[in-house]
Design a protein around this ligand. Structure first.
Ligand code: GAL
Length: 654
């Protein structure tokens, strides 16, 4: 086995099961090939049943059993579930929703990141855990809290958030006049004369000022960052040398993850392909055929996208991998036979060091009874168990090189997501969907991608894609000017300044010269009423967003109402609208060729990801898919005709 071979992990809750079961659980984990066990993220009430009275015995024993069997432990801070006695002591620690209602005790994540009293409690319990387990040889990693922001909790509309927001604004703007200018408060007589007058941007009669709302997102990111950083500081002090992770989510943009990740070693995420397919369907336009064809495997690009996103923020782990049906989506299908193995290979192909399944055993009580585990509630193996063992045997046969940068960068900016939502204009404009469409287009052509932030160093990339980076900073514009890479700029890029105003020179603001295009009007459309267009010989559609304006570059393609589709200006191409997927694929293929990259024509649901000298193919479709002849390397695993939910691995040829 080579140094980079991915390991298997599992999420385990000894507190849910009788103690006499723990030993056999640990033994079965070992025989399943599991090496890393995450525990205790919801254990506060059991560890500290009342203030200051700690009951560590059970957790000591559980850790000892795992350790004796040679398992490594990811210990968690338990702050996602503050116990009832604590909430009763400091009731104003509760988060408030946007309608001004408290988010009460009885599930989880019922705290406000801005509440200083709760922040002190978070540090107190973190210190207790860190002192107790920080030096334990089996504890090799930590996880802070659990899924920051889950259940819509990154933003709290409570009094402690309001007070902290005022201080944050005073620090940012220094004078109230500067705030008034940045927010444009002269409009609708919203002018403030002191920071103490500023409320949170909710419960207004109609939409709140978008700059105000944008700043509240930025402030809320800072609260999450501080909360996490406080725990990290304690863990580093009492548990030196251990890697620290947080488990982020899929499709979640309510806070900017990058400043949080900057304090951590591992950027892990929780991968639920089937649940996410259903949630994405509810949130944004999705290809109906794909939705039904991939009901049991998930969107072919969704997992890959998040692996690429989080790998850009730290060492990649999948902290929770779906092992069967989940309980929380609108409908919860059983995965296709082979899908758990497929998802595991997808994670490995993207550089995951650990793939950890949620959860060990399905729980017969409380909120997640219908959520599968690796074992059934009665302890027998669930179907996923055989798949993870097959996966483990197969990954050990392969030579996993270290992950290397991909040739293509897609810039994904959290602030752009907030701005696109706050600016409305078309209710069908779902920022992440646009980013995913362009990302998918690259994958459909066989490309491997890094997802990077707007401040990333872009040198070394052959192709840089900016799908709707709404506020382009001067530094990003300079990098784009200086790079030798091919650049594809997507619609709505440069549409706003950092203060959320239209740029003085009009969009795309600082990249107007580069793009050879100045946006004068936007045709914001319903997704189901597209405008026909033509690009070369190809007919297609533009929907949701189409820009019209003054062209100084070379126009190419046209909508049926007579406006250009693309503008080329040397190494830069600007796409004026949200085109259909067939066009995105062709446009990205052309960009890849211009960048000197090889383009492959993959069957609809077949994808490939390069890792080291290997190409990992994954088939998300319901029928067998053939690897195109353009891939000439030798087979290392599987067959060139990849079965449904199947995997094949080829070597990278010369
Ligand atoms: C995650 C969460 C877990 C569990 C899981 C169920 O969001 O971190 O605690 O609830 O979902 O799929």
């Amino acid at each position: 086995m080579c140094a980079h071979t991915p390991h298997l992990g599992v999420c385990y809750y000894p507190e849910h099961w009788p103690e006499d079961q723990w030993q056999s659980d640990a033994e079965r984990m070992v025989s399943a090939g599991i090496r890393q066990v995450r525990i205790a993220e919801f254990s506060w009430a059991r560890v500290e049943p009342e203030r200051g009275r700690f009951d560590w015995d059970w957790l000591d024993k559980a850790v000892e059993i795992l350790a004796q069997d040679g398992l490594s432990v990811t210990m968690c801070t338990p702050t996602a579930t503050p116990p009832k006695w604590l909430v009763d002591e400091i009731p104003d620690m509760l988060a408030f929703d946007q309608n001004g209602q408290p988010r009460r005790f009885g599930s989880r994540r019922h705290y406000s990141f801005s509440h200083q009293g709760y922040r002190a409690e978070s540090q107190r319990i973190t210190t207790a855990f860190a002192k107790r387990y920080g030096q334990h040889p089996a504890v090799t990693a930590w996880q802070t809290d659990n899924e920051y922001g889950c259940h819509d909790t990154a933003l709290s509309w409570c009094v402690s958030a309001r007070d902290a927001f005022r201080l944050w604004l005073a620090e940012k703007y220094k004078t109230i006049d500067a705030l008034n200018k940045a927010w444009g408060t002269i409009f609708w007589s919203m002018t403030y004369s002191s920071f103490d007058q500023v409320e949170l941007p909710n419960l207004t009669v109609t939409e709140a000022n978008p700059s105000h709302h944008l700043d509240f997102y930025r402030f809320s990111t800072e609260m999450v960052r501080q909360f996490n950083a406080e725990q990290v500081e304690i863990l580093r002090q009492f548990s030196p040398g251990r890697a620290i992770a947080h488990n982020y989510m899929g499709m979640f943009d309510q806070f900017d993850h990058r400043p949080v990740a900057a304090e951590l070693d591992i950027a892990s995420w929780d991968s639920y392909p089937l649940g996410m397919l259903q949630n994405m369907k509810a949130a944004a336009p999705l290809d109906a055929q794909m939705q039904s064809d991939c009901l049991r495997t998930g969107d072919p690009d969704f997992q890959a996208f998040h692996h690429d996103l989080y790998r850009g923020m730290g060492r990649l782990w999948v902290m929770e991998q779906q092992p069967g049906p989940v309980n929380w989506a609108s409908t919860n299908a059983v995965p296709a036979p082979g899908a758990v193995r497929l998802w595991s290979f997808e994670a490995a192909a993207h550089g995951a060091e650990v793939i950890s399944y949620f959860r060990w055993r399905q729980l017969p009580f409380a909120q997640e009874q219908m959520h599968a585990g690796l074992c059934l509630p009665d302890g027998r193996d669930a179907p996923a168990m055989a798949e993870i063992q097959q996966f483990r045997a197969e990954v050990q046969q392969l030579d996993w090189g270290a992950t290397a940068p991909a040739p293509i960068a897609v810039v994904y900016d959290y602030e752009a997501s907030w701005m696109a939502a706050l600016d409305g204009q078309s209710c069908d404009f779902h920022h992440l969907r646009l980013v995913l469409d362009m990302y998918q287009a690259v994958r459909q052509n066989g490309g491997s991608v890094d997802i990077v932030g707007p401040e990333a160093d872009l040198s070394g990339y052959q192709l840089v894609i900016l799908p709707a980076v709404l506020a382009v900073s001067g530094a990003l514009a300079t990098q784009l000017e200086n790079t030798t890479a091919q650049i594809l700029i997507g619609p709505r890029t440069g549409a706003k300044t950092a203060d959320f105003q239209i740029p003085a020179n009009l969009p795309p603001g600082p990249v107007q010269g580069l793009a050879g295009f100045c946006v004068e009007q936007v045709d914001a459309l319903p997704a189901d009423q597209p405008v026909a267009c033509r690009w070369g010989n190809v007919e297609g559609r533009v929907s949701i967003w189409h820009e019209r304006g003054a062209v100084t570059g070379t126009a190419e393609g046209q909508t049926e109402d007579g406006y250009p589709l693309m503008i080329h200006n040397q190494k830069v191409s600007y796409l004026t609208g949200w085109v259909d997927q067939k066009l995105f694929k062709l446009i990205c293929a052309e960009q890849m060729k211009k960048a000197g990259l090889v383009v492959h024509d993959l069957p609809a649901y077949l994808r490939v990801r390069q890792r080291g000298d290997m190409l990992v193919f994954t088939n998300y479709g319901p029928s067998p898919a053939r690897i195109p002849q353009s891939f000439t390397g030798g087979l290392l695993l599987g067959d060139r005709l990849v079965p449904p939910a199947g995997v094949a691995v080829l070597s990278v040829s010369g």
